[in-house]
Write a protein that binds this ligand. Structure first.
Ligand code: AMP
Length: 400
């Protein structure tokens, strides 16, 4: 993209502007801001920029009469936000690659933006329809994908469209390139010791991730709700903590596999427990791994924080995916906060740290530590799949 001559040329840019909108007001514009570098760069080069994005799931959340809620899922408020942020003319097309797009495109000048309406108003988008993808491709001479958050989906505007451009006419945007580079760096170019910190609700969501990381990491530290299925598999009493009974055998296999590969799989040594999933009931810290029958583990305890921090501080590469406890409730946020701090401290001592692929990105932002780690991914599901070792359709379609 950097060496393209796009002055006066049409560039089709897919971004992830899937922002929360209530009554026409954007509640959090951070997803828009993340792609502004790419947009500014292309506009400064004199491109005529056609911008595409999805917003929500309009075909899944229909009105009671079975029709699309065009008002709720319209990208129109985004055109105003773009105009304000960039100070350039932003034309809004009422469709995506339809007659209004073509008509508006005729008016579009170099250095201006044509924002098309929600890609997902068209059923062809999620079906990756080749004919419609070709219609999208026919709008422009170049294609840029900056929508990393959608890169794990083979949709028309995120992947299929790219196949109609040759390698010299398609590229990653800056955000997407940073995500892909950072993900690949930890998987293929990690300095040792390499430690993964995994948490979040369910072990079933993270099985592929654990398996892929086992071939790369020295230590895997596991906290959060997912730890309790692994603790149960080790024979500890876990009370009413989150348990995926049908995954106990698999948990045993993972523990054995780690041993045979010489990877240290480290589980919590204590927990912050309560009788209910609530911030308004008394809490207790357990003596060891065992939890009473009427209690549930909702955060890692101080012994675990100490142990995990030791591993983190001696690492040169860190991946963190998933919170250590129910950090949304203040009584159960300490473990996640302390681990976030340890990751920030290790980073200041020279370690490389990647945060993402789960709620840990939200946690690190909540604790104000995002600037003190190496990279915070914006692509939850996409980063998870990249770290699982999968090929993402949106990435592959650019590199093909
Ligand atoms: P994930 O999207 O997989 O990263 O999971 C994040 C969710 O896991 C957050 O909403 C946390 O509140 C939740 N979580 C973390 N630890 C626990 C726990 N011990 N019990 C129940 N939920 C948890």
């Amino acid at each position: 993209m950097q060496n393209w001559e796009v002055n006066g040329k049409t560039v089709l840019l897919r971004v992830d502007f899937n922002v929360p909108i209530k009554d026409g007001v954007i509640k959090d514009a951070s997803r828009i801001e993340k792609s502004l570098d790419t947009i500014r760069f292309l506009l400064a080069k004199g491109a005529k920029l056609i911008v595409l994005s999805h917003l929500g799931r309009p075909l899944k959340e229909l009105l009671p009469d079975g029709t699309i809620d065009y008002g709720k899922f319209s990208l129109a408020p985004v055109s105003e936000a773009l105009r304000k942020s960039l100070g350039v003319n932003v034309i809004f097309a009422k469709d995506c690659a339809g007659s209004d797009t073509i008509e508006q495109l005729n008016q579009l000048k170099a250095g201006e933006i044509l924002l098309c309406e929600n890609t997902r108003f068209n059923k062809q988008e999620e079906k990756a329809d080749p004919l419609w993808s070709k219609q999208l491709a026919d709008l422009a001479e170049f294609y840029v994908n900056d929508a990393f958050g959608s890169a794990h989906r083979e949709h028309a505007s995120t992947a299929t469209v790219a196949r109609f451009f040759d390698r010299d006419h398609k590229a990653f945007g800056f955000l997407m390139k940073a995500e892909v580079d950072n993900g690949k760096k930890v998987l293929h170019d990690a300095q040792k010791p390499f430690t993964a910190i995994l948490g979040g609700a369910k072990v079933s969501d993270k099985i592929l991730l654990i398996e892929n990381l086992m071939d790369r990491c020295d230590h895997i530290l596991i906290g959060g709700g997912m730890a309790y299925t692994l603790l149960a598999a080790q024979g500890y009493r876990i009370g009413t903590s989150l348990l995926e009974k049908d995954k106990i055998d698999l948990a045993k296999e993972l523990i054995e596999k780690a041993k045979s590969k010489g990877v240290q799989l480290v589980l919590p040594e204590d927990s912050v427990v309560a009788a209910q999933f609530s911030n308004d009931v008394p809490i207790r810290i357990t003596q060891d791994q065992n939890i009473e029958d009427n209690e549930m583990g909702l955060d890692v305890g101080p012994k675990t924080v100490e142990l995990f921090s030791q591993y983190i501080l001696k690492s040169k590469t860190l991946i963190w995916n998933g919170p250590m406890g129910v950090f949304e409730m203040s009584n159960f946020a300490s473990g996640t906060k302390a681990i976030a701090q340890a990751v920030a401290d290790a980073t200041s001592q020279g370690a490389y740290s990647l945060i993402g692929g789960g709620d840990s990105a939200a946690a690190i932002n909540q604790f104000g530590l995002a600037a003190q780690v190496s990279f915070v991914s914006t692509g939850g599901g996409a980063m998870l799949e990249l770290l699982e070792g999968k090929e993402l359709p949106g990435v592959a379609a650019i590199l093909d």
